[in-house]
Design a binder for this molecule. Structure first.
Ligand code: SF4
Length: 570
């Protein structure tokens, strides 16, 4: 979970707007004090500069797996070393979850140990979002047997389980790894899950299938020491689909399929995007990456982050801060000169998408069968749901499904005669192929139910609002789904700044001297998509706050006002 507190100016960029973006960026950059070391290994040496850097050099997070297997799982929660518990465990997808019943007003005042439960959240990484029915069934069974039937689809294509006990981890890993699943580097200061187009290899309109590139990255770099100690997390997104369906603008590295006039299909390279409390969209380096160069270019960009990333302050230890200092020209030059040893060809920007990238609904595959995008409520499913999906797919002749960066599922390889019966069966277990505008594009972070940093509840609040809005606004004629992103604190795990309506959890005065859960409102954000020319970060509307209780009222009135006043091109 992010915890960035220092700020740099916000910059908005777009694929077709590089000169303007560069001007804005230059104006926004402020000089950095030159005399103070920033903990950049290549400049300042590897001298530890903050507490995390000290223990990471002593023993990186990958090493804790042995202690979990040999000691902690046998001797129980109380035997766990504090640095392992709050640091290295993340390298294996494990975080302690919040103790139930502690209200959001205490999040900032209690010590971390007082907020912490003896149970864990466990993140299963799903590179490219690609799952077989066998794997989905195993995650479902792990959830049923060890996680009180919890399972959330995250907005990074992972599946997150809760109520996990340390004693059960060896058996959980045994079951997951037996079917090719991992929790390795699902969290921590490492390359996280590799986002990939959820329709890779199957969509009729795909430019290129990135699956082999994603598999190569996982094969070569996952669980190795080379990138086991980065300054902070490093996020990757790769897509070959023209809808640009992997939110590449908010990843540390994004590779977006594009056709080069002389060199054919390859990727447009973006770097330095990330949200949290200091949001910054990625920028194009203007370089074309051939499919067989993906692995080494990715390795070069991660190596820049490892070697030059700031390690003095955790709040500045993301690639976006280095990019803000260097600018795109210098970044590309260092990549080519110091890491690749050759020059990348200039390349064009990928054209603006013409379709929504959430893949909801029924779509024809390149082989004539169909894929179906499904919406649960805000990513919340269960172990039983996963098991049932696996059973239903197999009964309808399929063995493949995908998770998406929008907390949704896509099921693949459905023959035409099975499409409607399968949709009806999935609808009965809470997965809709034809969701309302609001259910389709609302996402919510973990929130106070399990997150130690949370101030307010999110999943149920968002679900209640969707159900209410479905009743009140059933017949509206909106031009596209209205995205509502609900976050339990300022950290923006559910992408506050990239939504039409972004909500940042905070406590608000209740009028009686107390407080009530609510949200600060951000309006007008969005990534490059079928409905906008340019990515942009939403603006905080000063003084505009809404209580959780009044969320549906607020969204209803906002949508009705927008629809009444909008022009044809809005
Ligand atoms: Fe992230 Fe939500 Fe937790 Fe805040 S409350 S850290 S946004 S999951």
């Amino acid at each position: 979970m992010p915890n960035e507190t220092e700020t740099v100016p916000t910059v908005t960029t777009g694929a077709e707007n590089a000169p303007a973006a560069a001007t804005k960026l230059a104006a926004a950059r402020s000089p950095r004090p030159s005399t103070r070391p920033n903990g950049q290994w290549k400049i300042d040496g590897t001298e530890p500069l903050n507490g995390n850097e000290v223990w990471k050099q002593v023993d990186n997070g990958l090493a804790v797996r042995g202690r979990i297997e040999q000691i902690y799982s046998k001797q129980g929660f109380d035997s766990i070393d504090g640095t392992d518990l709050h640091g290295r465990f993340r390298w294996w997808g494990l975080y302690t979850q919040r103790k139930p019943g502690i209200d959001g007003g205490k999040t900032a005042t209690l010590e971390p140990e007082e907020l912490e439960d003896r149970y864990f959240m466990l993140r299963v990484r799903i590179d490219g979002g690609q799952l077989t029915t066998e794997q989905a069934r195993v995650i479902g069974e792990v959830s049923r047997d060890f996680g009180r039937d919890t399972a959330d689809l995250t907005d990074r294509q992972n599946i997150q389980l809760h109520w996990i006990q340390i004693e059960d981890m060896p058996e959980i890993w045994r079951r997951l790894e037996a079917v090719g699943l991992e929790t390795t580097q699902a969290c921590g200061d490492v390359p996280r899950v590799f986002l990939g187009s959820p329709v890779a290899g199957i969509a009729a309109d795909e430019l290129i299938d990135p699956t082999e590139s994603i598999n190569e990255l996982a094969r070569k770099y996952l669980g190795t020491d080379e990138f086991a100690n980065l300054p902070r997390k490093f996020k990757t997104a790769i897509t070959g689909h023209p809808s640009q369906d992997v939110v590449h603008e908010i990843n540390d590295i994004g590779l977006v399929a594009v056709e080069h006039p002389e060199l054919g299909i390859g990727y447009d390279l973006w770097v330095g995007g990330a949200l949290s409390t200091t949001p910054r969209l990625a920028e194009r380096l203007g370089a074309f990456v051939a499919p067989d160069q993906v692995s080494e270019v990715w390795r070069g960009v991660v190596s820049i982050f490892r070697d030059y990333g700031y390690r003095r302050l955790r709040g500045k230890a993301r690639l976006k801060f280095l990019l803000a200092e260097w600018g795109t020209d210098k970044f590309r030059r260092i990549l080519e000169d110091e890491y690749l040893g050759y020059t990348l060809p200039d390349g064009p920007a990928a054209p603006r998408p013409k379709t929504q990238g959430d893949h909801i609904g029924v779509h024809k595959q390149k082989d004539g069968r169909f894929y179906i995008g499904l919406a649960p409520f805000v990513g919340r499913i269960s172990g039983q749901t996963l098991t049932r999906v696996a059973d239903l797919l197999e009964a309808h002749g399929s063995s493949r499904l995908r998770t998406t960066p929008h907390q949704k599922l896509v099921v693949l390889d459905i023959a035409e005669e099975h499409v409607e019966p399968l949709i009806a069966a999935l609808d009965e277990i809470g997965l809709s192929a034809r969701p309302s505008l609001f259910r389709r594009s609302t996402i919510a972070c973990t929130g106070i139910e399990f997150c130690k940093l949370a101030i307010v509840e999110t999943k149920q609040t968002a679900t209640d609002a969707i159900l209410e809005l479905e009743k009140r606004l059933a017949g509206i004629d909106a031009p596209h789904p209205i995205s509502l992103h609900v976050n339990g604190c300022p950290n923006s795990c559910a992408r506050i700044q990239t939504a039409d309506i972004g909500l940042k959890g905070q406590l608000l005065p209740d009028g009686n001297g107390g407080s009530t859960p609510g949200f600060q409102v951000h309006l007008g954000g969005g990534l490059v998509s079928a409905d906008r020319d340019e990515a942009g970060l939403g603006r905080t509307v000063r003084g505009l706050k809404v209580t959780a209780e009044n969320l549906a009222d607020y969204v209803e009135s906002l949508v009705l006002r927008f629809l009444a006043a909008r022009t044809d091109d809005e």
